[in-house]
Design a protein around this ligand. Structure first.
Ligand code: ADP
Ligand code: MG
Length: 234
């Protein structure tokens, strides 16, 4: 779906939250590598897509009413066969209907299990005074507990992108800590710059949360995405 169609659909349905599947389409358009993610509307379709994409796969709830998918048992990783996919599908559906019976459910997303990498986060939100800000940090407790993050105003310069990656305290973990592979910081810089450009081009985007992006020795892959739109775009 083209960007204009995605935005129009959300607008027509009077929602500002894009689902993971929609958010990833948008983020791919921004030029950031995203794990291939397809929407399944039934158990049968989930199995068909899992076989198409190749095992192991991940299944996740797709609902504009569910923001934190794993909090409600809405993420099942490392599924290695058809039976596991069927079971995960039913567990996810039961889980959601227990927690939030009135949730609008689009289905489940099916995606390949990405190789392990260093989990980083790239985010964007709009400050009422300064306007759009990009955020960078390491995934998990580094951001949530330690608040070890760097911010820069959009539009980002190359220098901004370079510096914000290097100024977080956890930077040594990206730089090949104790003989581990370093992360591809050049690819991270490109991702930050690409998102900055995309935000400039699309003022109807209010918030972006790419959490996590897996950073590898070469390249990176976003495995989760959440985009929130401004209200009422006419
Ligand atoms: P949430 O809405 O809870 O943030 P996520 O989509 O981020 O849900 O999934 C939770 C966790 O599962 C991620 O932080 C990541 O560690 C793992 N995960 C999600 N998708 C994939 C994937 N395609 N490949 C490998 N791991 C994944
Ligand atoms: Mg996430």
């Amino acid at each position: 779906m083209a960007i204009a169609d995605l935005l129009a659909t959300a607008n027509r349905e009077k929602r500002t939250v894009l689902t993971e599947v929609e958010s990833k389409e948008l983020i791919r358009e921004a030029g950031i590598p995203v794990v291939e993610t397809r929407l399944a509307r039934s158990e049968k379709e989930a199995i068909r897509l899992a076989k198409l994409l190749g095992f192991p796969v991940v299944l996740k709830i797709v609902s504009p009413n569910v923001i934190h998918k794993s909090d409600i048992g809405g993420v099942k990783v490392g599924l290695t066969g058809e039976r596991q996919v069927a079971q995960a599908y039913n567990q996810i559906m039961h889980g959601v209907s227990n927690v939030n019976p009135s949730a609008t459910i689009h289905g489940v997303s099916v995606q390949p299990m990405a190789l392990q990498g260093i989990e980083v986060i790239i985010g964007m939100y709009k400050d009422s005074q300064f306007g759009p800000l990009l955020m960078f940090g390491l995934g998990g407790i580094m951001v949530e507990v330690l608040k070890d993050v760097a911010f820069r105003l959009v539009p980002l310069t190359r220098r901004d992108a370079r510096n914000m990656i290097r100024e977080i305290k956890a930077y040594p973990l990206l730089d090949g800590y104790r003989g581990r592979d370093p992360a591809d910081t050049a690819a991270l810089e490109v991702a930050l710059l690409s998102l900055s450009e995309f935000i400039e081009k699309h003022p109807s985007i209010k918030e972006v949360d790419l959490n996590p992006i897996l950073a590898y020795k070469e390249g990176l892959l976003a495995v989760d995405a959440r985009v929130i739109l401004e209200e009422d775009q006419g």
